[in-house]
Design a protein around this ligand. Sequence first.
Ligand SMILES: NC(=O)CCC(=O)C(=O)O
Length: 267
Amino acid sequence: MASRFKLALIQICTQRYREHNLKKAEQMIREAARNGASVVVLPEYFTCWMDPKYFIEYKELPDGPTSTMLSRVAKETNIHLFGGSFPEEIPNSDKLYNTCHIYGPTGELTQRFRKLHLFDVDLGPGMSIRESELNVAGDKLTVVNVAGCKTGFGICIDLRYPEIARLYGNMGCQMLTYMGGFSMKTGPSHLEILQRVRAVDNQVFVANVGPATNTEAPYVTYGHSGVADPWGNMIAKTGSDEDIVYADIGQYNCFLVLYLDHPCFCC
Ligand SMILES: NC(=O)CCC(=O)C(=O)O
């Protein structure tokens, strides 16, 4: 890895109105930049509560209010900004994408990632979620090079798919960034272990950032944003409340050399 950088994960507690969330996100990004972060990551759906009603109310085209704010703040604070996700309107369609925009320090949109796997699950009585009823899945892996560190992207449930992480590993990524609003049901058992195993399997840093827990929201998120290092240790982690989590990326001495490009015997 060419150089070190300070990564900040913004665990915002989202509220009912987008205007509030954009303002709060801007304040938290500015705070992270003042504290020396050069790469700042927002969570999945930081603009609105995670529920079809709010996705429809706050859907945006790619040049909407969220993108305008993110581009301006990335430029004014001179950072790389991995802009969480927002419900992206698809012209002439009733469906939406779950989209992350990635900005460079001059405010330019450098990449776009759309969630690859939709959250369709039954989690016991009264908890069935069918993200595919409103959303369309993306179909592209996305890699960004920041300070010599190639980073691959995923959104939430994408973390459950080892194949994606392996593809990114084979593309030379040293960090994987997931923006994930894990559920209260699955998060406590699965979130940390998924991050740690993806990190060890692929010898990469794995960051995940979700919205803070807000019990007033229709879908309550688990929070617990953090970073696993390639050895599988959590080098940064927070709880359920609104917070900013920092990690130094690039300080890792790797003693485990895995030749990840060797063919796997089962495929
Ligand atoms: N928004 C999501 O994709 C949630 C994924 C989740 O909670 C899981 O357990 O997977």
